[in-house]
Design a protein around this ligand. Sequence first.
Ligand code: PMP
Length: 450
Amino acid sequence: MQGIDPDKVRRVQVREEQVFRQKNTKSLELHTRTMQAMPNGVPNYWISYFPYPHPIFFKEGKGAHIIDVDGNDRLDFCLGGSACLFGYGEPHVVEAVAGQMARGSSPLLATEDAYYVGMGLRRVFGLPYWQVYVSATEANRNAIRLSRMLTRREKILVYSGGYLGAVEDSFAVLDHGRVELEPGVSPNARDISRMSRAVEFNDIEGIRRALADEQVACVIGEPAITNSGIVLPQPDFHQALREITRKTGTLLVLDETQCIGAGYGGYTRSANLEPDMITMGKPMAGGIPVGLVGMSAPVAEQVAKNIFSNPAVDPGMGSTLAGSALQLRAIRAILEHSMTERNYELMLLRADALQAGMERAIKARGLPWTIARLGCRMEVVEGPAAAKSASESANHGGSSPTAACLNIYMLNRGIYLTVFGNTVIASPQVSQADTDLHERVFNEFLNEVT
Ligand code: PMP
């Protein structure tokens, strides 16, 4: 059995950083210049989190490939954190968006597309009623707000270590049985344990205890954790979760933002789940900012009657650009041409090939590693088994020196992995040549560091 040699990892890291600098001189120049206008030289601080010497500046993308300002062509397994899941520059999305821009983008009036978008979302995800917002973060904030208004309860329940966007009430973790603010998050003058409870994912007894006093408005979380490593639900988890939430009058909100890649109709449809609401955003308008909340018929009925049409209530969740003509046009194009069963087949086929390639490489060297996978997303787990909770998964690499080294190694050889956890997200545009390239470079990396 071979192991990872930390000295080799360090040496490869130093060499790859030099290679990176040689290959990305224009990006460095632009980054240095942008420093004069933006903190960290980037328009969104996330962009400076990458494990290489400076950010890369993007020029254009086509299909599953991107080209940067230095002319480096890279196979993109990050896809803007899945915002561009179905590929860059998709002609039908380009045409739809450009046409709508020319006709008028955001008139604060409904368009005929609202009907087709609502019906299309119902067809794909199963939930019958929908609202449009500007980000998945906003969709989650509003799902929480709706839950509190409908149940007249204050608290929410989240999974410790899960991520639901920049949603303050969700930054709750369990620390030795106590609900604390996630490490590093500023309290912003609020006591998180007043608004939120937290349990480990897959902990049915914990959920039962947290909901027993019927003080919780909603359980909100991903149906499978994708943000603290990939953590899949245990076989009986969702059934028990639904039973307990129903019994205690707690609404169940499933965040499909990243689970959309699990299969056609997201995790909810693939696993036949029955949430009260689902939330999403990212790829649903091909990269145009969008957030969506899908509601069951009983929830939608109460929302319409008690909240949206009640003159005594200000829902407090409007947004000028939400539900714009431009968003609707883009969502419709995605639903009709990108989010198709055929594209899901392709995505999952390529993901199978990527997983098999990595597993072959790991097995050939007898490394005690596994691949955690959810549909088109997968990650190397630097341990023998996938985790059952986010806390367990925190011990499984992802941000280890080996993981950082793998990221820059691949980047220098034309493969762009997601920065958080080296996630590989397979777009339907990935070709067999692409999956072969990935397997070859992954093997070369392991040859160098074992
Ligand atoms: N929900 C989940 C599960 C997410 O992973 C994210 C972002 N990664 C969000 C919500 C928020 O998305 P956005 O940052 O686009 O608002």
